[in-house]
Structures are given as structure tokens and as C-alpha cells.
Design a protein around this ligand. Structure first.
Ligand code: FAD
Length: 371
């Protein structure tokens, strides 16, 4: 069995690694692996903190993936010899004024109705947990099982694991899917070469619909949703764990790393494929972060980046066999691609090996948009 995977972000690389572990031959095609959303993302693993009405199936998938993280990274770190900066030390959500607190109360009731673990805290309890929080913090919610990972380290570890298990990486763009008797049998590269395979996996983020040669009902309905992120750096971590803030209705998050990096995100913009970093985007992020944790302005400015989330019509991923036999889709992970890497990688490796999507990804079948 040989599979060609189009796209070497966390999703394509995760599937590649898990497939190689099962003895499947893998070729990953990407002109610049791990350079897009998977490089920009903050790496929050926060299904409970970000629970939304009407997204119950996505919430269950997120919790399933979050709970697979410890064994996924333990195995990955062993195979690759690289650290992923994974941590499961809880996420604190903080409200700055009484309207923000009302929103958090509503979220707490929703979390409780689903039996999710989250603890309501007063402003003082929030500051006891995170002494650098602004004195004006009104209250919060602590989700003890949510956490974070460094997506750049995760991608580097996945690349190393793919290499170590004998996967092939082709640094070119896939231009067209090759078909034979109405079945996908490989891809033609932009450089003109072809890669033949038994199955093709399309995991090219928001570019997944651009591949030529797809019948219309096999084209994934994905679009780019821009997000800007600021990275600051200090001599030691400013926060004990990830903090998400509601600052007068606008939301911001701060993700600390053990090495002193602090990631502040993120804007949500429908701007097509534009990845310009704007003064307004950076200002909004720093303004809200400073209201929540005034000490951020003491840190060194390290980097600002913009990336494109692969959005889908229902904000959930598109996973499994497509309308074209031999072509599998693994895209549309939107705001949660880092969180959903373990469950996507395992489930897609299952589909590749057996032809059957496991129960856990059935609600996310590509066919759900056809009607
Ligand atoms: P990408 O990382 O975009 O990778 C797609 C790859 O496909 C690229 O490497 C590209 O070069 C390649 N490609 C494109 N076209 C072709 C082609 N024709 N041929 C070959 N290769 C091709 N998720 C979380 O879980 N937690 C977070 O905290 C979080 N924060 C985020 C913050 C921001 C600002 C953004 C933008 C995203 C964030 N995300 C987060 C979402 C997450 O980053 C994405 O869902 C995830 O990275 C998607 O991974 P991917 O591999 O599908 O896409």
C-alpha cells in the first residue's frame, strides 16, 4: 500500500507518521512543509474552554483528541528524539468587566449541562492562580484538563518521525490529481513529475480545493480565515498556564512557554488569502493583552505573523473518503487543527489501512455538505 499525502502541515504530517507506523509506504508532497497555519498557530488545546453552542459533535471530537495527546506526544517524542513542549496544566478564562462575567457565567452553565470539568473562580482566586493578572479581573473559569503544545516543535517532531520511519518528502506543489477509470491514482506535480499511489490524501489546508482534476462533488468546501499572532519573549514565563481573556467583549489569549516565549492571539478576519500583518491587528492584540496582563509591555517583541485557518461551512473538519474513490480528505480544521491532530492522524491512518472510517470521525464525513 502506497499513499501520497498532499500537504505537510500538522495534519498531513500527523497522518503520514501514523500511516508509516502501520507499515504503509508514504510520500508527502509540499513545497514548504510546516510553514503555514501550523507555524503561526498558538497551540492551545482547549475544547472545554472554547465549547460553543450547537457544536456538540466537534466538542466531543476535541475532547477525544485532547485526551489522546499524552500518549501521542510521548510516542512521537520517543520516535523523533524531539520535545514538543506539550503541557496539560489547565487553562484560565478571565472576565474583565461585568458584561464579560455574564458571558462566562453562561459558558459555565453550558459546560455544566454537558458535564465538563470547569471551576468558577472569583477575581481574587484568578489572581492567586496568576499573580500578573490585572487587579480589575472580575472572575474566571478554570478548565483543569485543557493545555497547550508548541506547534512549531510538534511539526518539527512529526517531520523527524516521518523521516526516521522512511517516509518520502517531495518539495513541490501538487497541481492535479491523476485518475484512472474514475479512481484517484496519484498526483501530477507543478514541476511536471508524477507520483503514483494506491490512495491520495488531500490535506492542503485552505488550498485543498485548488487541486485540478477533482470532480465537483469531491472538492472540499474550505476557505481561508486569517489570524494574526504576536510573539513576545522574556527571561522567564510571565504566566503559569494559558490565559484566555474577555476584554469588554473582545477575546484574546496568552499562551506561555517554559522558555519565556509568550504567544498572543488572535484576530479573525475574512480577507481571502491575504496574510498582511497590520498595525491595527497588532494594536488590538497588544491593547487587550495589556489590559489583562499589564506586564506584557515589559517583554521583548519577538515576532508577528499572520496565517490562514482552513475554515469549513460548519466550522468542523472534513474527514474521510470523498466522492472520488481513492481520494481521502483531511482538511477544514479551522481554529482547532493543532488540537485535532492526534485524532485526525489516527483515524485517517485507519481509513487508509482498512477503507472504513472509524466511528469517531463519522459525523465529519465529506458527504455531509452534499445535500
Ligand atoms: P496548514 O498548516 O495550512 O498546512 C497546509 C500545507 O499544505 C502547507 O504546508 C502548504 O504548503 C501545503 N500545500 C498547499 N497547497 C499545496 C499543494 N497544491 N501541494 C502541496 N502542498 C500544498 N489550532 C489549535 O488547535 N489551537 C490553536 O491555538 C490555534 N491557533 C491558531 C492561531 C492562528 C492565528 C491560526 C491561523 C490558526 C490557529 N489554529 C489553532 C488552527 C491550526 O493552525 C490549523 O487548523 C492547522 O494548522 C491546520 O493544519 P493543516 O495541516 O490542515 O494546514
Amino acid at each position: 500500500m502506497h499513499v501520497v499525502i498532499v500537504g505537510g502541515g500538522v495534519i498531513g504530517l500527523g497522518i503520514a507518521w501514523r500511516s508509516l507506523s502501520r507499515g504503509i509506504e508514504v510520500t508527502v508532497v509540499d513545497p514548504e512543509p510546516a510553514s503555514k497555519a501550523s507555524r503561526v498557530a498558538a497551540g492551545m488545546l482547549t475544547p472545554v474552554t472554547e465549547a460553543n453552542y450547537g457544536e456538540d459533535a466537534l466538542l466531543r471530537l476535541g475532547i477525544e483528541s485532547r485526551d489522546r495527546y499524552p500518549s501521542f506526544v510521548a510516542e512521537l517524542e520517543e520516535v523523533s528524539g524531539r520535545d514538543t513542549a506539550y503541557r496539560r496544566d489547565g487553562v484560565l478564562q478571565v472576565a474583565l468587566d461585568s458584561d464579560d462575567l455574564a458571558v462566562l457565567d453562561e459558558l459555565r452553565r453550558f459546560q455544566e449541562s454537558l458535564g465538563l470539568a470547569a471551576e468558577a473562580l472569583t477575581g481574587r482566586e484568578c489572581r492567586r492562580r496568576e499573580p500578573m493578572l490585572a487587579p480589575s479581573a472580575r472572575g474566571g473559569l478554570f478548565a483543569p484538563d485543557d493545555g497547550s503544545v508548541d506547534p512549531r516543535r510538534l511539526s518539527a517532531a512529526l517531520l523527524a518521525a516521518v523521516d526516521r520511519l522512511g517516509g518520502t518528502l517531495v518539495r513541490d506543489r501538487a497541481a492535479e490529481v491523476l485518475t484512472d477509470r474514475d479512481r484517484a491514482v496519484g498526483v501530477r506535480l507543478a514541476g511536471g513529475d508524477t507520483v503514483h499511489a494506491d490512495q491520495v490524501v488531500l490535506a492542503a489546508g485552505p488550498w485543498s480545493h485548488e487541486l485540478k482534476g477533482l470532480p465537483p462533488d469531491a472538492v472540499p468546501p474550505v476557505r481561508p480565515v486569517k489570524g494574526q499572532v504576536v510573539r513576545l519573549r522574556g527571561p522567564f514565563p510571565l504566566l503559569g498556564s494559558t490565559v484566555r481573556g474577555l476584554v469588554r467583549g473582545s477575546s484574546v489569549y496568552l499562551v506561555p512557554r517554559a522558555d519565556g516565549e509568550l504567544v498572543i492571539g488572535a484576530t479573525q478576519e475574512e480577507m481571502g488569502y491575504d496574510t498582511t500583518v497590520t498595525a491595527g491587528g497588532v494594536w488590538e492584540l497588544l491593547r487587550d493583552a495589556h489590559e489583562l496582563v499589564p506586564g506584557v509591555t515589559e517583554l521583548a517583541f519577538a515576532e508577528v505573523t499572520a496565517g490562514l485557518r482552513p475554515g469549513s461551512p460548519d466550522n468542523a473538519p472534513v474527514l474521510g473518503p470523498s466522492a472520488l474513490p481513492g481520494l481521502l480528505l483531511a482538511t477544514g480544521h479551522y481554529r482547532n487543527g493543532i488540537l485535532l491532530t492526534p485524532v485526525t492522524a489516527d483515524a485517517m491512518a485507519d481509513v487508509i489501512a482498512t477503507g472504513e472510517p472509524p466511528e469517531v470521525i463519522r459525523p465529519f464525513a465529506p458527504g455531509r455538505f452534499r445535500d
